[in-house]
Design a protein around this ligand. Structure first.
Ligand SMILES: Cc1cc2nc3c(=O)[nH]c(=O)nc-3n(C[C@H](O)[C@H](O)[C@H](O)COP(=O)(O)OP(=O)(O)OC[C@H]3O[C@@H](n4cnc5c(N)ncnc54)[C@H](O)[C@@H]3O)c2cc1C
Length: 279
C-alpha cells in the first residue's frame, strides 16, 4: 500500500525525505496530469501544510518566495516594478483554478521547457534554496534546471525558497507570451526582460526566452548591447538576429522551429520597446 504524508513542519518533511524515496506533491497541477490513465502507486510527500514555506518575505538582501507560495499569492502581493514580469507570467499560468493551487516552485521543479515562471525568474537572476537534513544549499536558477524534466535537486532535498536579490538601481520588467489562444495555453514562445535604469539609460539588462530551447535561455549578447541605450520605445531596435544564437527551437504540434524563432524575435523586440516606453 502506498504512503501519503502531509507534515506540518519542514524538519519533519526533510526527515521523511531522508528516510525513504518520496514524490513531492505541491499544487498537483503538473503531478496529476502527468499520471492520467496510470496507476497512482507512488509514496507521496504532500507539502501543502508547510505554512512556514508559504508567502513572500522581504530580506536584507532582497526577497524570498517560499516554496508553497501559489501563483495567486504572487499576483496579489505588493511588490516593486522589478516583479511586474513575474506577476504578468503568473496571470497567464493556466486559469484562476490553476493559479489558486499551482506553485512557482512546482513550476521550476517540473522543469518544462514551456514553464512560464522560468524566463521571468532568469531575468530576475533568481536562485533556489534546497534543503535536506544534511543542510541547505543555494543554486543559481540556471544551474538548477539541467534539461527538460531534469533538475539538480537530490532525492532527499526539498526546494524551500526562491531567492531574488535587490537590484543595484531602479528596475522595471515585462513578460510576453505567445500561445495558440488567449487563455489556458502552453507557450509557443515567451520572453521576460528586466532593465536597471540610471540617468534615463539602460544600466543593466537581463533578457530570457522560454519554449525555444530545452531550457529557457538568457541572451547575453543582447543584454550587453542594451547597456547604455537611451530609454525610449525603440529599445527593441538594438536586437540583432545573432543575439538569438542561444535559442534552439524545435518543431512540435504547437509550432515549427522557424515560426518559434520569428515569434521570439518579435516578442523580444516588443517587450524591450514596452520597457523603454515612458507609458
Ligand atoms: C490546465 C493547466 C494549465 C496550465 N497552464 C500552465 C501555463 O500556462 N504555464 C505554465 O508554466 N504551466 C502551466 N501549467 C502547469 C502547472 O500548473 C505549473 O507548472 C505549476 O506551477 C506547477 O506547480 P504545482 O505546485 O502544481 O506543482 P506539482 O504538480 O505539485 O509538482 C510539480 C513537480 O515539482 C515537484 N515539486 C513541487 N514542489 C516541489 C518542492 N518544493 N521541492 C521539490 N520538488 C517539488 C513535484 O515532485 C513534481 O515533480 C498548467 C497545468 C494545467 C493542469
Amino acid at each position: 500500500m502506498s504512503v501519503y504524508l502531509r507534515p506540518k513542519r519542514t524538519e519533519e518533511a526533510l526527515e521523511r525525505l531522508a528516510a525513504a524515496p518520496l514524490t513531492v506533491l505541491a499544487g498537483g497541477t503538473d503531478h496529476y496530469p502527468a499520471r492520467v490513465a496510470k496507476p497512482l502507486g507512488e509514496d507521496i510527500l504532500d507539502i501543502t501544510a508547510l505554512d512556514a514555506l508559504r508567502g513572500i518575505r522581504r530580506t536584507p538582501e532582497g526577497w524570498r518566495i517560499g516554496a508553497t507560495t501559489r501563483w495567486t499569492q504572487i499576483i496579489e502581493a505588493r511588490l516593486p516594478p522589478l516583479f511586474d514580469a513575474l506577476k504578468q507570467a503568473a496571470r497567464e499560468v493556466g486559469g484562476v483554478q490553476i493559479q489558486n493551487s499551482g506553485t512557482l516552485a512546482g513550476n521550476l521543479c517540473n522543469a518544462s521547457p514551456a514553464a512560464d515562471g522560468v524566463p521571468a525568474l532568469l531575468a530576475l537572476d533568481a536562485a533556489v534554496e534546497l534543503a535536506s537534513i544534511r543542510g541547505t544549499r543555494r543554486l543559481a536558477l540556471e544551474n538548477f534546471i539541467l534539461g527538460p524534466r531534469r533538475t539538480a535537486r537530490r532525492a532527499d532535498e526539498l526546494l524551500t525558497a526562491i531567492l531574488i536579490a535587490k537590484p543595484r538601481l531602479a528596475a522595471r520588467s515585462r513578460f510576453l507570451k505567445l500561445g495558440a489562444r488567449r487563455y489556458l495555453v502552453i507557450s509557443i514562445a515567451m520572453v521576460a526582460a528586466v532593465i536597471e535604469i540610471e540617468a534615463e539609460r539602460v544600466a543593466a539588462a537581463r533578457v530570457a526566452v522560454g519554449a525555444c530551447s530545452p531550457v529557457a535561455q538568457r541572451l547575453p549578447a543582447l543584454e550587453a548591447a542594451l547597456v547604455g541605450a537611451p530609454l525610449d520605445e525603440s529599445l527593441g531596435a538594438r536586437l540583432r538576429a545573432e543575439h538569438l544564437a542561444p535559442l534552439a527551437p524545435i518543431d512540435d504540434p504547437r509550432g515549427t522551429a522557424a515560426y518559434r524563432r520569428e515569434a521570439a524575435q518579435i516578442l523580444v523586440a516588443r517587450c524591450l520597446n514596452m520597457l523603454g516606453s515612458p507609458a
